[in-house]
Write a protein that binds this ligand. Structure first.
Ligand code: B12
Length: 207
């Protein structure tokens, strides 16, 4: 798996795709492959912070992650049981933030675990999210954001739910690698997820 992480971090797209195909064909754990991709992404982020990579590399890294994710998705399917919907989940990346790769992965995993997932996309206006909660009536609202600037729009959504008198009708989960309990408290959310699986166990605990 280290080879996947290194290929991702070093931006070796052809090698990364070939390794992914090889490992999937060999029956290696698709979840572990996905985790190796993420570790590579973390390294890309570090190199960007260090001034070694630029936005063009971030874009390419995003494309590589999406391409790999598409290959891995069908294999993840075999791991989970699909049946009637266990509940509704609404997900969105909040206003001002266009990072959507992690949210989409989390959405796919919730779908595979049997939840009805509505994905509003990225850079979604606060009012649109609040209106969708009113009409779609999800059990869980997953707000994603990777930018520090995303915390205030997240808070605005929770405030909007309160103003609409529907805050107690939905659990609010914050997703993103930098989210912690302090941000949950600041935003007025219920829980956070730094990975794509925590939310599934949380959803199970709600039932
Ligand atoms: C790829 C990437 C991009 C791509 C995004 C492509 C896309 N379609 O998403 C592009 C190039 C567009 C981009 C743009 C920018 N980026 Co950027 N980007 C990244 C990078 C390298 C990886 C993010 C990623 O996809 N990770 C892989 C996924 C799988 O992980 P994840 O997002 O954390 O998601 C997991 C969990 O967090 C959780 N999760 C996430 N969401 C949700 C939702 C739910 C419901 C649940 C349950 C779970 C969950 O589960 C996921 C799966 O395990 C990060 C650095 C890093 N390593 O995180 C920087 C990073 C996030 N970017 C950063 C910056 C600064 C920017 C730009 C401002 C750059 C610029 N100067 O223009 C712009 C922002 C534009 C905007 N308005 O949003 C900074 C943010 C710093 C900060 N604290 O604010 C980072 C941290 C890089 C850095 N170290 O400086 N970026």
């Amino acid at each position: 798996m280290q080879k996947i992480t290194t290929a991702m971090a070093d931006m070796l797209e052809d090698e990364l795709m070939a390794l992914t195909d090889k490992y999937l064909a060999e029956g290696k754990d698709p979840g572990a492959i996905l985790e190796a991709y993420q570790a590579g992404m973390t390294e890309v982020g570090k190199r960007y912070e260090a001034g070694e990579y630029f936005v063009s590399e971030l874009i390419l890294a995003g494309e590589m992650m999406n391409a790999g994710g598409e290959k891995i998705k069908p294999f993840l399917k075999g791991e989970t049981t699909q049946g009637p919907s266990k509940g509704r989940v609404l997900i969105a990346t909040v206003e001002g933030d266009i990072h959507d790769i992690g949210k989409n992965i989390a959405g796919t995993i919730m779908e595979l675990a049997g939840y009805e997932v509505k994905n509003l996309g990225e850079d979604v206006k606060t009012s649109v999210i609040v209106d969708e909660v009113k009409s779609f009536k999800p059990a869980l609202l997953g707000l994603s954001g990777l930018l520090t600037l995303a915390y205030d729009p997240m808070k605005a959504v929770v405030d909007g739910l309160k103003e609409a008198g529907i805050r107690d009708q939905v659990k609010v989960l914050l997703g993103g690698s930098q989210i912690d309990e302090h941000i949950v408290k600041y935003v007025g959310a219920d829980v956070f997820a730094n990975d794509a699986m925590t939310n599934v166990s949380y959803l199970k605990s709600l039932a």
